[in-house]
Design a protein around this ligand. Structure first.
Ligand SMILES: Cc1cc2nc3c(=O)[nH]c(=O)nc-3n(C[C@H](O)[C@H](O)[C@H](O)COP(=O)(O)O)c2cc1C
Length: 356
């Protein structure tokens, strides 16, 4: 199976309550990544046609470069969910399915799904094999480093997934229990990229074009995935260097040889008020009413980091009870602090340091 994005690609991470159709549309409008993930959806609930599952598994606006992420308790549900996705019309069918072996939320682990599978390689491999029986297109899995961080165990787990049929793997190199504490172990991405027979996508704490390039150059993952920073700066994909066509053709090239960003917006100022209000509009258009407010709250809990009085604005927006009130309060913030209205897309005062 061909990997559907180029070496050095920049990908949007799956994030519950955030990477729904509304957010992916905003990202697409501001400067698209090379591939999208949906938020994770329960295979069992999707198969049972539970309420809202069509929304969780909506692959729009770019189904041809979107993977739907599934978490599951049983391989039967994985196979059935993949069959239902495969039977969709080409316009609605996602281009990929991704299996979640990394979520360590207690409710997901308790049901034996997400990162609970990282200590059960037989079951995880059975999920991949089950998906392969009904899903002929791109198939991937996303995981952390496991419970203990033992490299040979992690490698052997990943090898099982490769042998079972994944096309690529995404690694967020932290322990299952670590949440977002400590720095990610980027060297593990480098080691797995060397040792595995499939491409490895690296993920974790990428907050700037410099860091993006530095990890590609030092660890040589096939591609990198960005999560939270894409919510803070939904235009970030326009700032990232992409691999040049020339180095794409060079078989010998081990270096990523990145070109300048394909769509340069570095000189175009960002109107924060317009971006925030556009998200609210998209939430009201693209999401079921029950999700709109919560999704907007989650979005603004990151997006407000762009303004001087971030905490003040987050609290204010979290207290609103309709999208209309939220839009009103968000708009009025810029009347109070007009100097916050416009930002340079590349500006972030609190960028992480480069990996040593
Ligand atoms: C709010 C939130 C929701 C998340 N939901 C998912 C999910 O549904 N599936 C998944 O595999 N990872 C999920 N993650 C993890 C991200 O995909 C990513 O691995 C993690 O945030 C590290 O990347 P980052 O530092 O670029 O954000 C979530 C992370 C956050 C912050």
């Amino acid at each position: 199976m061909m990997i559907p994005f180029k070496k050095g690609a920049a990908l949007l991470a799956p994030m519950v309550g955030i990477t729904n159709r509304a957010f992916r549309t905003l990202i697409d409008e501001l400067g698209a990544p090379d591939w999208y993930w949906t938020e994770m959806a329960s295979a069992e609930a999707f198969v049972a046609k539970a309420r809202y599952e069509e929304s969780y598994t909506d692959a729009g606006p770019c189904p041809q470069k979107t993977s739907i992420q599934l978490f599951a308790r049983s391989s039967e549900a994985v196979a059935q969910a993949c069959r239902l996705l495969a039977e969709r019309t080409p316009n609605e069918r996602p281009a990929g399915v991704d299996l979640n072996f990394g979520c360590s939320a207690p409710n997901i682990r308790r049901m034996g799904a997400g990162s609970a599978l990282s200590s059960d390689p037989d079951k995880a491999a059975a999920f991949v094999e089950a998906a392969r029986t009904t899903w002929p297109w791109t198939l991937s899995a996303k995981l952390r480093m496991g419970e203990m961080g033992d490299y040979s165990e992690l490698l052997s787990f990943c090898m099982r997934l490769c042998n079972a049929g994944v096309d690529f793997l995404t690694i967020h190199p932290r322990l299952d229990s670590q949440k977002f504490r400590r720095k990610p172990h980027w060297d593990i991405i480098g080691a797995l990229s060397r040792d595995l027979p499939v491409p490895v996508v690296g993920n974790g704490d990428i907050t700037s074009p410099e860091l993006f390039k530095s990890i590609l150059d030092q660890e040589h993952p096939y591609a990198l995935m960005i999560g939270r920073e894409a919510v803070r700066r939904p235009w970030i994909f326009t700032l990232l260097p992409r691999r040049s066509e020339q180095s794409e053709q060079s078989e010998q090239s081990e270096q990523s040889e990145l070109s300048e960003p394909s769509k340069v917006t570095g000189d175009v100022d960002i109107d924060l008020r317009a971006v925030g209000l556009r998200f609210i509009e998209l939430a009201s258009q693209c999401l079921p009413a029950a999700f709109q407010l919560e999704s907007a709250r989650r979005f603004f809990s990151y997006f407000c980091d762009n303004v001087s009085f971030a905490q003040y604005l987050k609290v204010k927006l979290s207290r609103t009870s309709t999208l209309t009130e939220m839009a009103r309060d968000f708009r009025s913030y810029f009347d109070e602090v007009p100097t916050d209205l416009i930002v340079k897309p590349e500006n972030r005062s609190d960028l992480d340091s480069l990996p040593s």
